[in-house]
Write a new protein. Structure first.
Length: 119
């Protein structure tokens, strides 16, 4: 199964190993978004930032993921590894709090080692 360690989507642009996230233009949440996330403890502007982020995956054939959008490239990657789901994990900017690139890099390296030890 492919393992992707991702950068946090809440900042303007972040890079980490095999992943880069870039925010798109800001917009007001739709009525359905407000309704869907009304019970969430995550602020709507943060949810919107995650949903408006383009998540670039450096796989053999790099591609971009977007929340709520089907990805043929991801489906091909699943098929190549005989899996039907995956998870993207990051140590960058925990709880969407901004940290320096050096701090984020240290956290990400530690996470990658922990994931590697767990297999």
């Amino acid at each position: 199964m492919p393992t992707c360690l991702l950068g946090q989507g809440g900042s303007q642009k972040s890079e980490c190993g095999s992943f880069r996230a870039t925010n798109r233009a800001k917009r007001q949440p739709s009525h359905s978004e407000v309704f869907l996330f009304l019970q969430s403890t995550i602020p709507l502007d943060l949810i919107r930032a995650y949903r408006e982020t383009a998540y670039r995956v450096d796989a053999p054939d790099s591609f971009v993921l977007s929340v709520d959008k089907r990805s043929e490239s991801l489906e091909k990657l699943y098929a190549a590894h005989s899996v039907s789901s995956c998870a993207f994990i990051t140590a960058w900017n925990p709880y969407s709090e901004s940290f320096s690139a050096e701090d984020n890099s240290t956290r990400q390296t530690r996470l990658a080692k922990d994931v590697g030890r767990l297999g």
